[in-house]
Design a protein around this ligand. Structure first.
Ligand code: ADP
Length: 397
C-alpha cells in the first residue's frame, strides 16, 4: 500500500508518498506560501531533477489539489492515479490526554481536534484545515491522525504536573504534554535496533535539536519526561523561542513596559531564542558562521543553547537513575559535529565519551562514542514521516 503523509502548517505543507511494501519514499514535497503571493510547490523524487511549480494557491485545499495533481502527473508524477493512495497519515500536534496513540479520523476525532485547538492555537488549526481539505478531495480514502503529544502520554504525574493549584490540571488541563513525540519515539527505538538491544532494557536521552528543539527521557521504551511542556515554548531555547524563563518575567513586562498579551507571546515565540540572543539569525548555520567570524553575541547564543541542552541531559539522567544511550537528531543534532561536541563533552563522569573523529559525521546513522564508552552516543536522523506512515498502515489494514 502507498501512504501519503501530510504535515500541514499555517502557510506551508510538507508531504511524502511512501510505498509501504518497502518503506521507500516515492516523492517528497513542500508547498510554501499558501494563501500568500508567491505560492510554490517543490517536489523531489530520487534520480530526478527537482520539480518546482509556481502557481497561486489561495488555500490549503488548493495546495493539496496541486500536490495530488503533481503526484499523478504523467511527466513529474510517481503514480498513475489517486486510487493508488491507500491512506493518508496526518501529523497533528496536540492530542490532549485522550490520544496516547494514533487514531483513524472520524467525526468524533475531528471534534476533539477542534477542542484541543484551545491548547495549541498556533498548531492544531492548520492541521485541521489540512485534514478537511484532504477529506474534500479524497472522500473515500481513510485518514489517520498521528499526534506529537502521544508518545509522551506515558509520563508519570510527578513529571507532568506543574506546581500550580491542582484544580488547574483537573479543570483547565494545564499540565506538561510534550511534543516531537513521533521523533523521540522513532530515534529511541531505532537506537535500540542499531545497538542490537531491546528498547525495554534501555535508558535513553534523545535530543531533537532543530528549529524547534526538545530533549526526552525514554526509559524502557516509554517517554518518562521531556523538556517541552504545556506548549512547545518550554524547555530548551530554540531558533526563535525562549524556552524556560522565570514565569514572573511575563507579568513584569506587561506591567512595567505595557506590553500586551499578544506582544509578550510574540516576543517569546518569534523574537527570542538564539535569534534574540545573537541578533544574527534563527538558523544555527548563520550563527556558527558569525561566531567563527568573531561575533560575541553569536558565540554567547551558542553557549547558552549548548549549556541548556547539557543541563537537560543531566536532569534526565537523574530522572532515570542512569543512561545507556545519548542520541542526537533533527537539523542541528544530525548535521552539526561542533554542537554535539560542545554538548556531549565533559560528561565523562557519567560514562559518556565522545569520539571526536567519529563525531565528524553529518546526517548519517552513526555511533559517535568511543568503543569503550559506557554510554553509547549516536546520531540517528529522524524520520517522522515513516513513523506516521507505519501507524497509518497499521490502523487502516
Ligand atoms: P524544523 O523541522 O524544526 O524546522 P529542522 O530539524 O529541519 O527544523 O532543523 C533546522 C535547523 O537545523 C536549521 O535552523 C539549522 O539551524 C540547523 N541545521 C541544519 N543543517 C545544519 C548544519 N549543517 N550545521 C548546523 N546547523 C544546521
Amino acid at each position: 500500500m502507498k501512504v501519503l503523509v501530510i504535515n500541514c502548517g499555517s502557510s506551508s505543507l510538507k508531504y511524502q508518498l511512501i510505498d509501504m511494501d518497502n518503506e521507500n519514499a516515492l516523492a517528497n514535497g513542500l508547498v510554501e506560501r499558501i494563501g500568500i503571493e508567491g505560492s510554490k510547490l517543490t517536489q523531489k523524487v530520487d534520480g530526478r531533477d527537482k520539480y518546482v511549480l509556481s502557481v497561486p494557491m489561495k488555500d490549503h485545499k488548493d495546495a493539496i489539489k496541486h500536490v495530488l495533481d503533481t503526484l499523478t502527473d504523467g511527466t513529474n508524477g510517481v503514480i498513475a492515479s489517486m486510487d493508488e493512495i491507500g491512506a493518508v497519515g496526518h501529523r497533528v500536534v496536540h492530542g490532549g490526554e485522550k490520544y496516547a496513540d494514533s487514531v483513524i479520523i472520524n467525526d468524533e476525532v475531528m471534534k476533539d481536534l477542534v477542542d484541543f485547538s484551545a491548547l495549541a492555537p498556533l498548531h492544531n488549526p492548520p492541521n485541521i484545515i489540512g485534514i478537511r481539505a484532504c477529506q474534500t478531495l479524497m472522500p473515500d480514502t481513510k485518514m489517520v491522525a498521528v499526534f506529537d503529544t502521544a508518545f509522551h502520554q506515558t509520563m508519570p504525574e510527578k513529571a507532568f504536573l506543574y506546581g500550580l493549584p491542582y484544580e488547574m490540571y483537573k479543570e483547565n488541563h494545564i499540565r506538561k504534554y510534550g511534543f516531537h513525540g513521533t521523533s523521540h519515539k522513532y530515534v529511541s527505538y531505532r537506537t535500540a535496533e542499531i545497538l542490537g538491544r531491546d528498547v525495554k532494557d534501555l535508558k535513553i536521552v534523545t535530543c531533537h535539536l532543530g528549529n524547534g528543539a526538545s530533549v526526552a527521557a525514554v526509559h524502557n521504551g516509554k517517554s518518562v519526561d521531556t523538556s517541552m511542556g504545556f506548549t512547545p515554548l518550554e524547555g530548551l531555547l530554540m531558533g526563535t523561542r525562549c524556552g524556560d524563563i522565570d514565569p514572573a518575567i511575563i507579568p513584569y513586562l506587561m506591567k512595567e513596559y505595557n506590553y500586551s498579551y499578544d506582544e509578550v507571546l510574540d516576543i517569546m515565540n518569534k523574537k527570542s531564542g538564539v535569534l534574540g540572543l545573537s541578533g544574527v539569525s534563527s538558523d544555527f548555520r548563520d550563527i556558527e558562521v558569525a561566531a567563527d567570524g568573531g561575533n560575541n553575541r553569536a558565540n554567547l547564543a551558542l553557549d547558552v543553547f549548548y549549556y541548556r541542552v547539557k543541563k537537560y541531559i543531566g536532569y534526565f539522567v537523574a530522572a532515570m537513575n542512569g543512561i545507556d544511550a545519548l542520541v542526537f537528531t533533527a537539523g542541528l543534532g544530525e548535521n552539526a559535529p561542533e554542537a554535539r561536541e560542545a554538548i556531549a563533552s565533559d560528561l565523562e563522569y557519567l560514562g559518556i565519551n565522545l569520539d571526536r573523529a567519529k563525531n565528524k559525521v553529518r546526517g548519517k546513522e552513526t555511533v559517535v562514542s568511543t568503543d569503550d564508552s559506557k554510554v553509547k552516543v549516536l546520531v540517528v536522523p529522524t524520520n517522522e514521516e515513516l513513523m506516521i506512515a507505519r501507524d497509518t498502515l497499521a490502523l487502516v489494514k
